[in-house]
Structures are given as structure tokens and as C-alpha cells.
Design a protein around this ligand. Structure first.
Ligand code: XIL
Length: 405
């Protein structure tokens, strides 16, 4: 099966409501058809009884440079996350300099369009300038100095968007694959209570905001155990934590990555601890893996491997369909756990601007999202919508049966 489009990408994308669909078995083509479907389904409607469906936005989506992407977001998604503009390196590049312009725009866009707004991220070792950890003599700061900087940063950023940003990724990627704490400057200088301090400061800055811990590979048993310890520790100290975000960054077509068993075990473990699960940063990589590495550490890079870029001219139909099936499989697991899941967020809006085009190998042509390079919904999009419809039908039948009994 193959989706074929009509019209210039700009025009078609701007009116995302208009989808041109033709089913042409087994061929890869750019022919255009005239079939118009006016009642395009939307993710936010299909999932409204289950959980929020979000997307990470780059600045172009909200600054007017990419209106087609903005139109998709307005129509399709119920939540938005700042892909980069709230990271320390961008919002607070120098000790006494904040750069709020892009973050303000992102938040305004969310308020205007009534989206659930997620701030990403307050404390992380990556995309954080080195000055944060150095004193005036270029020596590591003391614990007190670094805590004061962290507090000031969180109070300023969270305080500015108080009542507007609904939830914050307070700490990002602090657990190693073996379940210990990452050996970051935060840990080395402050000690392992840096995490609870970050949550406390965020809570002080906006007592009504939801607070999250966010990380990749949390479905792996050893990392899951580390996450359980972390959440238990925060809870035992009375620190507010509402949910844990499982990044779906380096997820793949193979059903082992992530596996149903590990996903379920992670979801159940978080639920037992009284926190919701969010699938954050979801995308499914269809490109050959560059190595055995399965995490999503942004510092991990494989360069000089442009050879592993097989789909420059388009995605073969068989892979397109496999991607759709994999998306349906994963969303079906989420739907079956909808009472424990708060949100599923795609890391990006459409394939052209996905970060996987440049990670871990630079300059590849990736296909990880639900909308293609021309802003069109992919078979994976329809598979995700269908998964929700199927779930609803099954529940309706089950309820009807219960009533009869
Ligand atoms: C990525 C962005 O998508 C890229 O644009 C940027 O160049 C690097 O960071 N885990 C995270 C995200 O928590 O913040 C990262 O986002 C991807 C991995």
C-alpha cells in the first residue's frame, strides 16, 4: 500500500485537513491523485478518552517559518514540548544573561492554541554551559554555589512561566544503563541529593506545575531498578513527583526494542509507586543501526558512516508498512495501560525536521515520525488512529456485554 499525494506541499500542508489518499499496492511512486477526504481524523480526538498526544516543537514551528508544521500541531496534538528552547544553553547562556525570546514564543503558542505545555528541561548534564559548574577562578564550584545557581535558574525559568507551563521535565537523564547515577558535574559537585533539590526548587517556583523525571531506556531492567530507587527516594522525602517520562528516542522496528514485556514491567512499576508514565520523545528509527548502542545519549556519535543511509530517495513500501505496524503495536500497549499513562509525545512533528536525521549519524534521511517530509500523514498515522478506534470499539462491546449480564 502506498499513500499518494496531490498539490504542492505548501498548499496541501497548510490545509492539513485535506488529505489525498490513493491506495496503490506494492509500488513506490510520487503520482498524485484527486481523492479528497475532508473528515481527516485527528490524534487528539482519537485519543481524548485515553491520554494526551503531544509533539516536540522547534522554534520554526512557532515563529512563523514553518506554518505547515504549525497547522499540523494546532490540529493534531493536545500537548507540546519545547524541543530545545528551554534548555539551559539556550535560555541561560551566560551567568547574567537569560534569553527568553524563543521560549516566550513557544509558551504563547501553547496558550493561544490551548495545548498542555511541557517545559524541557531544567537540570541536565548535556546542553548546559560549562560556566555553570566553574567558579571565578575556573575551578569547580562548591556545592553551595552550584545549588544556589540551580535554584536561581529554576526560580527564574519556572517562575516566568508559572501558571502557563503545565509540567516540567525537572531532571533529565540522570541514571546510567546499570541503574546508578550518571557521573555528571551535578552529582560530583552537589552529591546525589541534587535531584531532590531540583524538584524542591521547581515546586517552590510553581506549586501547581506537574514535575517529572525524564530518561531513555528506563524499560531496561537494570535502569528500571535505578528509576524505582529514585522515585521511592523522592516519595519517601515528601518531594513532589507526578510522572516519569520514558523517552522513546532510539526505538526500533524490531519488537524487542522496546519489548512488550519490559514496557509493561516499567509501566506497572511506576504505577505501583503512584506516579504516571509518559512516553516522551517518541520516534521509531527505521534506518540501519550504527552500532549495538541502544540508548539516546546525545553525545553518542557515529561519524563517517554515511553509507548507512539507504532511503535517500524514499522509504520502500514494505518498510513503510512495517513502521505502521510497529506504531500500532506500541500504541496498543499504551492504550491497554491508558489508566497509567498520562501522555505520549512525538519527538518532532514531521520527518524532515526529526533530530534522527542527524543522530547518531549526521546527514541521514530518516522516517521516524507520523507525518512525512511533505507534511502528509503516513500509514503509521492512520495505524495509530485506528488503534484508538479499535480500543474504543472493544471497550464499547465489553461494556454492552457487562450491562446485559
Ligand atoms: C535533541 C534535539 O532534538 C536536537 O535538536 C538537539 O540538537 C539535541 O537534543 N534526549 C533529550 C532531548 O532529552 O532533549 C534531545 O533533544 C534528544 C535526546
Amino acid at each position: 500500500m502506498k499513500i499518494v499525494r496531490q498539490g504542492t506541499p505548501q498548499v496541501v500542508g497548510a490545509v492539513c485537513a485535506v488529505i489525498f489518499l490513493v491506495i496503490t499496492p506494492g509500488c513506490q511512486t510520487n503520482q498524485r491523485s484527486k481523492t479528497t477526504v475532508s473528515n481527516e481524523p485527528t490524534l487528539k480526538d482519537a485519543y481524548k478518552n485515553y491520554f494526551l498526544v503531544g509533539a516536540a516543537l522547534n522554534d520554526d514551528v512557532v515563529n512563523g517559518k514553518d506554518p505547515n508544521a504549525a497547522a499540523i500541531v494546532e490540529k493534531q496534538f493536545s500537548a507540546i514540548t519545547a524541543e530545545n528552547v528551554m534548555k539551559w544553553q539556550i535560555i541561560h547562556p551566560l551567568p547574567n544573561k537569560y534569553n527568553f525570546e524563543q521560549a516566550d514564543r513557544f509558551v504563547e503558542f501553547g496558550v493561544k492554541n490551548k495545548k498542555f505545555i511541557v517545559g524541557h528541561t531544567l537540570v541536565w548534564h548535556a546542553m548546559t554551559p560549562m560556566w555553570v559548574f566553574r567558579d571565578a577562578n575556573d575551578k569547580p564550584t562548591t556545592r553551595e554555589e552550584l545549588l544556589a545557581r540551580m535554584k536561581e535558574h529554576i526560580a527564574t525559568v519556572v517562575g516566568r512561566y508559572k501558571g502557563k507551563v503545565n509540567g516540567w521535565d525537572v531532571v533529565n537523564e540522570a541514571i546510567t544503563d546499570s541503574g546508578n547515577l550518571v557521573n555528571s558535574p551535578w552529582l560530583r559537585i552537589i552529591g546525589d541529593d541534587f535531584i531532590e533539590k531540583a524538584f524542591e526548587y521547581a515546586h517552590e517556583a510553581d506549586p501547581n506545575a506537574e514535575l517529572y523525571y525524564n530518561d531513555f531506556s528506563l524499560d531496561n531492567p537494570a535502569k528500571r531498578e535505578g528509576c524505582i530507587r529514585l522515585v521511592k527516594n523522592l516519595k519517601s522525602r515528601g518531594v513532589r513527583i507526578d510522572a516519569v517520562g520514558l523517552q522513546g528516542e532510539a526505538w526500533r522496528l524490531e519488537s524487542s526494542n522496546p519489548s512488550r514485556k519490559n514496557l509493561q514491567a516499567f509501566i506497572d512499576a511506576m504505577s505501583e509507586l503512584g506516579v504516571k508514565v509518559m512516553i516522551t520523545e517518541m520516534c521509531i528509527d527505521v534506518l540501519p543501526s550504527a552500532s549495538f548502542y541502544r540508548g539516546a545519549d546525545i553525545n553518542y556519535r557515529v561519524d563517517g558512516r554515511k553509507d548507512i543511509n539507504p532511503y535517500v530517495d524514499g522509504l520502500p513500501d514494505a518498510v513503510q508498512q512495517r513502521l505502521a505496524r510497529r506504531y500500532a503495536e506500541l500504541f496498543t500497549i499504551f492504550l491497554q495501560n491508558a489508566d497509567k499513562i498520562k501522555r505520549v509525545t512525538m519527538w518532532g512533528v514531521y520527518d524532515k525536521t526529526s533530530w534522527l536525521n542527524n543522530w547518531p549519524v549526521r546527514g541521514r534521511t530518516g522516517y521516524p515520525l507520523l507525518f512525512d517530509r511533505n507534511y502528509q500523514p503516513k500509514p503509521a498515522f492512520f495505524a495509530v488512529v485506528k488503534a484508538a478506534e479499535k480500543q474504543l470499539t472493544a471497550e464499547t462491546a465489553e461494556n454492552a456485554e457487562k450491562k446485559i449480564k
